[in-house]
Design a protein around this ligand. Structure first.
Ligand SMILES: [Zn+2]
Length: 88
């Protein structure tokens, strides 16, 4: 059997667009927080954190699952998250 060279599978990385709905929810979460980090109160650039990670079945677009955090708190939030395990 001859394998044609350079015929590797072209795996296109599909970037999942967050979409308009996500942007809306994001903004709502940040507005709800008064445009401050919900943990330390820092103003400025905020990120929206999923309290229950999506990989554990958290709702992506449910405001109840969203938290507005500064980048600091956001990365801390992910320190304790067990993305690869089951939270008991
Ligand atoms: Zn913070």
């Amino acid at each position: 059997m001859i394998r044609p060279p350079g015929h590797a599978m072209t795996s296109e990385k599909r970037k999942r667009p967050r979409g308009r709905k996500w942007r809306e929810k994001r903004r709502k979460a940040i507005d709800r927080a008064g445009r401050r980090c919900e943990r330390c109160g820092a103003a400025g650039k905020l990120q929206v954190h999923h309290k229950t990670p999506l990989c554990l079945g958290g709702a992506a677009l449910n405001l109840g699952n969203l938290e507005a955090l500064c980048p600091d708190c956001h990365s801390k939030a992910h320190l304790n998250c067990a993305h690869d395990g089951v939270i008991q």
